[in-house]
Write a new protein. Structure first.
Length: 339
């Protein structure tokens, strides 16, 4: 049965992983919605004869710029052929000023295989649409009149060139579909990632030991336990520090010593040595007299001429010669002359 410490460590790891997963999920949701969750939105209406290819979540664009999404697509209950389907649009409030009241909408697609979206062409009126307003729908006949056949042909050629490149194995998509090199590189990277994860999960590595054992927990809690033990000892009065905290006698003696030192300093500051210059003048005079005596001795004959030195040197030489002669023949100096 695992110990309570390992169970707590496992619970902590599970909580950390859960918090990290929630943070990643929140970041993914923010990126998926484009960071527009807290922006104010307005509801607009669009009536269509049919809604083929259009559904909730389809983009809404004004002159090619995304401004919102389709909220719902449902039957309107109207008997008019051009108002059979009711589409509710959710548009960002700040973009309403870019949609004049005479703007028209039509159902378009990015390419031949792309999803449909609501394409709003802005009008020329000075008044702008307000929340809850309706955008006029441009019929299919008018759409065919504005269709650019040369552009349509260019898109078909671009699509044919793309399919030819894929079939010939050119480009990343062609290499991935027709060749095996990109697939092998991708599988190699996946294998390296898997080996890295396994190495991290192994208890033989420092990272794996940190996650799957309580060694790191012990290293962290050990000093904390020692610190807690030391504080508990101080609190219970153990040692010199504990006695100082628990017994007021040490504090009182220290306070008395500080008071005595303060009184001593105050007495010294009020003494004659600091308050008066008499002693300073006396000491200064004594030092001056001592310096004068040294100057007189330095100027005297003892140091001004070499005679005293020569006399002392001659006496020292005679003494040295006498000691040398005594050591060489002591009996010579022990003879007694009798008269």
């Amino acid at each position: 049965m695992p110990s309570a410490r390992r169970v707590k460590w496992a619970k902590f790891r599970i909580a950390a992983v859960a918090v990290s997963a929630c943070a990643i999920l929140a970041a993914l949701l923010y990126l998926l919605i484009g960071g527009t969750l807290l922006r104010e939105r307005a509801v607009l209406f669009l009536f269509l004869p049919d809604a083929t290819g259009l559904g909730p979540g389809s983009p809404v664009r004004v002159d090619g710029i995304g401004v919102g999404k389709v909220t719902s697509v449902a039957l309107s209950g109207s008997s008019q052929p051009a108002r059979v389907v009711k589409v509710i649009l959710s548009v960002e409030q700040e973009h309403l000023s870019e949609i004049p009241v005479d703007s028209v909408a039509q159902i378009s697609a990015d390419n031949m295989i792309g999803d449909d979206f609501v394409d709003v062409t802005s009008g020329k009126s000075d008044r702008h649409i307000r929340p809850g307003g309706e955008i006029a729908y441009q019929t299919q006949q008018e759409l065919l009149k504005t269709l650019d056949l040369s552009q349509f042909e260019s898109q078909l050629r671009s699509l044919d060139d793309m399919l030819s490149d894929i079939e010939a194995g050119r480009g990343l998509v062609g290499q991935f579909v027709m060749g095996e090199q990109l697939y092998d590189e991708l599988m190699q990277q996946v294998g390296e990632t898997e080996r890295g994860v396994r190495a991290a999960a192994s208890t033989a590595t420092p990272l794996g030991q940190a996650f799957y054992t309580d060694s790191l927990y012990r290293k962290i809690t050990g000093p904390l336990a020692d610190l807690d033990k030391a504080l508990a000892g101080l609190q219970s009065g153990q040692g010199a520090g504990g006695q100082l905290l628990r017994d007021p006698a040490g504090y009182e003696s220290f306070r008395q010593a500080a008071v005595a030192l303060r009184h001593s300093i105050a007495g010294w500051r009020g003494g004659e040595l600091v308050a008066s210059d008499r002693l300073y003048a006396e000491w200064n005079g004594r030092i001056a007299s001592f310096i004068h005596a040294i100057d007189q001795f330095d100027a005297g004959p003892a140091l001004s001429s070499s005679q005293p030195y020569d006399s002392l040197n001659a006496a020292a030489s005679q003494l040295r010669d006498g000691l040398r002669e005594f050591r060489s023949d002591p009996q010579k100096f022990l003879r007694v002359k009798v008269f």
